[in-house]
Design a protein around this ligand. Structure first.
Ligand SMILES: Nc1ncnc2c1ncn2[C@@H]1O[C@H](COP(=O)(O)OP(=O)(O)OP(=O)(O)O)[C@@H](O)[C@H]1O
Ligand SMILES: [Mg+2]
Length: 461
């Protein structure tokens, strides 16, 4: 059971160098560079920058080589070393300490292109300093090292190019996994998955696992129905960077179409972050104008079903926002979470309380949860929040046996008033207290029987 839950990209992560398919040039370069370190010689370039598309073996090859050459490895992700102070403290310390047991210590800085050169000011410079002073090998990885801000870093490093995997390489990898999992697979089906993965082994293995675990076999019919063409995805921080710092319109458009964020959320992200990067009023005007048009176009596409309009949405959100900036300056403010998303997260406990209350009342009033949410709870709120007559609310609370949390949700600032009135009624009529206490699905029938009780009590009194 638990075995099948393991992600195959983890289970089949290359353990030895030979398990890494392709990348022969890269293997040679990294191994001979590290062998120099192992012999106690410091190579001319003290850092490597491995670059290439996602899912082609950059990180896993370094791990496999470290294992085979008996190096320790300190693996850090961009989020661990974004700030200048982190780089000095974590990376700087490691770079100047000799490991006691192993041949050496590799410092692996994954995804250095995640450093935002403006917001994380001084980060790249600090990294350059660390490399100049390191006594241990430093290896960095990136998808795109060609941006201007990486120039100084690039010059300090030996660049190692990783290639997209070919269709046949990916098919071989998938076949090996199917053999080892004893899963029936058709060659054509593997070819289909490989051709849609765009050279990304991680994506291909994930697709294979989805079909194999869902259906127990991998046939061409199944993969045709299930595996969609895949665009490589990039996370929100990179999407924003690539829109705001794009030099070319096509790059900004690509950032939008490849973003892992859906278009509506991306509009919210842009909406909240444009003023963090642009300061010139005209730039701001142009950017918001483009974004507003994108929003209109997107809702038009959704209402009419004319999805061809999406292309204009992408043009407006990507190049539209990017080219809106005519001034040279980009502000150094950090990106922030959109307020809307933050608000939804903050309101989550309230929304959950509302759901719970609706479910509870649906058994008692015998109405659907949505009816209760839309038609009953708003009126109850009016009653519970009326400071001049907490007794009606207290009687309802007693009749329906509402919990303290439910009362609090309904009454808000008026909670104390209602609770006080409720205590008073309970003291005056102890026989009514605790009559409606059965809970749980097995008591559902019993509850239905009693369901009109709360209302009866309310009407009678
Ligand atoms: N060349 C390869 N040979 C065998 N498996 C591979 C290869 N490349 C990727 N994989 C598979 O894909 C997974 C992800 O690979 P890895 O993390 O090395 O990619 P990456 O190039 O570092 O990607 P990213 O740029 O997104 O960090 C691995 O666990 C492995 O299962
Ligand atoms: Mg990686």
């Amino acid at each position: 059971m638990s075995e099948r839950k393991i992600l195959w990209i983890i289970k089949y992560r290359p353990k030895r160098v030979d398990d890494v398919i392709g990348q022969d040039e890269a293997k040679k370069t990294i191994i001979s560079w590290l062998t120099e370190w192992a012999k106690g010689r410091i190579p001319y370039k003290k850092a490597l920058l491995l670059y290439g598309p996602p899912g082609v073996g950059k990180t896993s090859l370094v791990e496999a080589i470290a294992r085979e050459l008996n190096f320790d490895i300190l693996e850090l992700n961009a989020s661990d070393y974004r700030r200048k102070s982190d780089i000095k403290r974590i990376v700087g310390t490691a770079a100047t300490k000799k490991p006691l047991l192993k041949k050496g210590l590799i410092i692996l800085l994954d995804e250095v292109d995640g450093i935002d050169p403006k917001a994380d000011e001084g980060g790249l410079e600090a990294l350059v300093d660390v490399i100049k002073n390191t006594i241990n090998p430093i290896i960095m990885t990136a998808n795109d090292p060609w941006k201007e801000q990486f120039r100084v870093l690039r010059e300090l490093c030996e660049l190692v190019d990783f290639k997209e995997l070919t269709e046949n390489q990916i098919i071989a990898l998938l076949q090996k996994i199917c053999d080892s999992e004893k899963i029936y697979c058709e060659r054509e089906a593997l070819r289909w998955i490989a051709s849609r993965s765009m050279g990304d082994a991680r994506a291909a293995i994930n697709d294979l696992q989805a079909v194999a675990e869902g259906y127990g076999k991998v046939t061409i019919g199944l993969v045709r129905a299930i595996v969609r063409g895949r665009e490589k995805t990039i996370n929100i921080w990179r999407t924003l960077n690539e829109i705001f710092y794009a030099n070319q319109a096509w790059a900004a458009k690509k950032a939008v179409t490849q973003s892992e964020e859906d278009y509506e959320s991306l509009i919210r992200w842009l909406n909240d972050n444009i003023p963090k990067k642009y300061s010139d009023p005209l730039d701001l005007f142009r950017a918001y104008d483009a974004l507003a048009r994108a929003t209109v176009m997107l809702s038009r596409a959704k209402i009419s079903g004319e999805w061809g309009l999406l292309s204009y949405v992408f043009d407006l959100m990507g190049p539209g926002v990017s080219l809106a900036r005519r001034s040279e300056e980009i502000l150094k403010t950090r990106y922030g979470f959109p307020d809307w998303i933050r608000l939804m997260a903050q309101l989550k406990p309230m929304r959950e309380e509302r759901e719970k209350l609706a479910e509870y009342l649906s058994y008692r009033i015998l109405a659907s949860k949505s009816t209760i949410m839309n038609e009953v709870i708003p009126y109850m709120m009016l009653i519970f929040r009326n400071p001049s007559d907490p007794v009606i609310a207290a009687r309802l609370a007693l009749g329906y046996n509402l919990s303290k949390d439910m009362i609090k949700y309904l009454a808000g600032d008026n909670t104390e008033n209602v609770i006080r009135a409720l205590e008073k009624i309970k003291r005056a009529r102890p026989e009514e207290v605790g009559k409606e206490t059965k809970r749980g699905p097995e008591k559902r029938e019993a509850r239905k029987e009693k369901s009109s009780k709360g209302l009866d009590y309310f009407i009678k009194s």
